[in-house]
Structure formats: C-alpha cells, structure tokens
Design a protein around this ligand. Structure first.
Ligand SMILES: *Cc1c(COP(=O)(O)O)cnc(C)c1O
Length: 381
C-alpha cells in the first residue's frame, strides 16, 4: 500500500477532497456557458476574498507570473521604484523589477527582520517612487509585515502600493480596498487550497491608469480585464483549475474569512507553543501575525536539511527547509489553507522524533499537549 503523504509546506498545500473532485470533472470549453458560470462565480469570490470591488485578474501562471504582470504593466525603463525586501521573495521582486529596467531603490533588511513604515517614509522623502513593492508574508522567514502601515507610508508620498500576498491571502487579513492597496498578487497553491497553476492580481483603477511602456502581451492587464468583463477569457485558461479554485473559495467563504483568519492565528500559536515546549528556538517572530509559517532554528550541530530529509524518508512528511542564506539553519512548518490543529500535532510529533534521533537534547512528550492547549485556550477576542 502506498504510504500516506503529508504536505506540511507553505505551498503547495493540502487540497480538500471537494476541490480534488472538481478537478476530476470533464473538461469544459472555455467559451461555453458551462465555463462562464464557473468563471463568473470564481471571479466574484476572488473579489470577496481580496476584499475589493475592483477587478481581480486571473492568469494561468504561478504567483511569480502574476507578479511579473504587475512589473510588466507598471514599470517603464528608467523609472524609480522602491522595493522593500527582508527575505527571498522581496529580493526576487527587486531582481524582477531590475530586469524590466526599473531604477530600483532597494530598501533591504536582513532576512527575518520586519520592515518599518518609517524607513519607507524616509526613503520616499529622499527619492520618490512610482510604486512601493512590499511582501505581506515573507514565506522564507515567517515574518508577516504590517501591510496596512507600509501602504499608508507609501500613500503619503503618492506612490502606488503593490503587495505580494501569495502566501497570505486567505490566511491573514488583506484589506485591498480599505487599506488602499493598488495591486494585490496571489496564487492558487497556498492558503487558497488549490493545486499550483493560477496567479491573480487585484488591480485598482489607479494602477490600471498608470500602466507603463514595458513590452507585454499575455500579461497585459487591459487585455485581460476587457476579456474578463465579458467572461470571454483572452486565452485558454486552465479551466479545471478555475473550477477547483471556485470550489476552494466557496469553502473558504463558507467558513468565513474572519473565522479563517482566527483559525490561522490559533494554528500559529499552537505550532509555536509546541516547538518552544520541546526546547526548540523559533526563528519567525513569536507573535500572532506570524500565522502563515513557523520557522524554527535547527538545534546546534544539526543541519536543518537533515531534519527535512529524515521526515520525508521515514514518514513521507514534507516540510520546508531554509532558503538562500538560511539553508541548513532553519526548517519551516507551513499551516495555511486546509489545516487543523491535528496537522500541527502530527508535524510536531514527527519533528520531535526525528530531531531527537539526530541527537538534539530536547524534551520529549510535551510538544503536542502544549500545542493542543495553546489552540484551545486561545480563542481570539
Ligand atoms: C510561494 C510564494 C511566491 C511565489 O509563488 P510561485 O507560485 O512559486 O511563483 C511568491 N511570494 C511569496 C511570498 C510566496 O510564498
């Protein structure tokens, strides 16, 4: 018998059975009423999840593709842009904007730091920018930034705000319209509980009116927007993934966004409580906002990659290691999307076994209890 596989990474994430079942439906034609009904409902649900009345453009692409659409549409060569980075994804966006010829002012923090709105203000006073590019949940470190405050700082200088919400949309609050976010980018395979393959971009009227001169075709916002308005996709979308995303968004909205945010806060608390109880040291901040991924320092003398490898080989449990400069130093437990507290218990129990076998001096038999208690006793006010 094939062993049960556990996917405990911050993307891709586990997909609920109802969503998988939608993928098994016969393929429909993208210009037929069968698809238009699904497309319309999916786009409406996306607006609800993004908390926006503006257009949400849907692309057959990964999150990076949707992000590239923002760069291709907003950046003109030689134009000043401020990119805020504190980890792998922020640095990716600095490179991407540079590739399109932007004059990038890179506000670069050490990996694991939390960006400060006052630093954004100071940079924008020194040199204006057409747009400020920020990451809401820096999945490589576990830090969730205060996007509302960062956006307010950008707005004071009349800059557009572009947010990477790939791992945060659906897990932590992202109030596109209320916070004045011009572009919110996400992908299907994180908290949206759908397989990889769809990227999305909520785009404000201001952003649509501020497009630049970079060459683009597939990712052209206006072409996509016009086609979506008439439910006549510009190109063949991944129809089965759209059908699956529609079901997943239905599940999320049925739970309720606020209830989902609360569940993620409690899952984060449970993961941190369990890790600390066995004596591990957190890398991600020990705060409620850090509800996407719990990053844990590998115990002295143990390469985090060996923990990841042992979990996979012994139990078919997949977690994430460190990226870039954090490779070998941290491991990351993802808990966005279709997760409950027993998933946290499973990951902690397995980490406990493997880490102690690798020779770490940790306390056995306490992590799961601590996690369950933190979850139960932490109803968010
Ligand atoms: C996963 C992720 C991405 C990249 O998404 P892809 O779908 O792999 O292109 C970008 N930003 C963040 C914060 C992510 O977690």
């Amino acid at each position: 018998m094939g062993r049960k596989k556990y996917l405990f990474t911050p993307g891709p994430t586990p997909v609920p059975p109802q969503v998988l079942a939608a993928l098994a439906e016969p393929v429909v034609h993208h210009r037929s009423p069968d698809f238009r009904t699904i497309y319309e409902r999916c786009l409406a649900r996306l607006r609800e999840v993004c908390r926006t009345e503006q257009d949400v453009l849907l692309f057959t692409a990964s999150g990076t593709g949707a992000f590239e659409s923002a760069v291709a549409n907003l950046v003109s060569p030689g134009e000043p842009h401020l990119v805020v980075s504190a980890g792998n994804f922020g640095e990716r966006w600095a490179s991407l904007a540079t590739a399109y010829g932007a004059e990038v002012d890179h506000l670069r923090y050490a990996w694991g730091e939390t960006p400060e709105p006052d630093d954004v203000r100071a940079r924008l006073r020194e040199r204006g920018a057409k747009a400020v590019w920020v990451v809401q949940s820096e999945t490589s470190t576990g830090v969730v930034a205060d996007v509302q405050a960062l956006a307010a700082a950008a707005k004071e200088a009349d800059a557009l705000v572009v947010v990477d919400a790939v791992s945060s949309l659906g897990a932590v609050p992202c109030e596109t319209d209320a916070w004045g976010l011009d572009v919110v980018v996400s992908g299907s395979q994180k908290a949206l509980m759908t397989p990889p393959g769809l990227g999305l971009c909520a785009v404000s009227a201001a952003a649509l009116g501020a497009t630049g001169s970079s060459p683009r075709f597939y990712f052209d916002w206006e072409r996509t927007r016009k086609a979506q308005v008439s439910l006549d996709a510009a190109f063949t979308p991944a129809v089965s993934l759209v059908a699956a995303l529609d079901v997943a968004l239905g599940l999320l909205l049925e739970e309720g966004l606020d209830a989902a945010f609360e569940r993620h806060v409690r899952l984060g608390r449970a993961a941190r409580a369990g890790a600390k109880a066995m004596g591990l040291e957190l890398f991600s901040p020990d705060e409620d906002r850090s509800a996407v991924v719990t990053a844990i320092r590998s115990p002295d003398g143990i390469d985090a990659g060996d923990i990841v490898k042992a979990l996979r080989e012994r139990f078919d449990i997949t977690i994430a290691g460190g990226q870039g400069e954090l490779r070998g130093k941290i491991f990351r437990l993802g808990h966005i999307g279709w997760f409950d507290v027993f998933d946290i218990a499973t990951m902690l129990a397995a980490v406990e076994l493997v880490v102690s076998e690798l020779g770490a001096d940790i306390e056995r038999g306490v992590a799961v209890t601590a996690a369950l208690e933190a979850y139960e006793h932490s109803r968010v006010a």
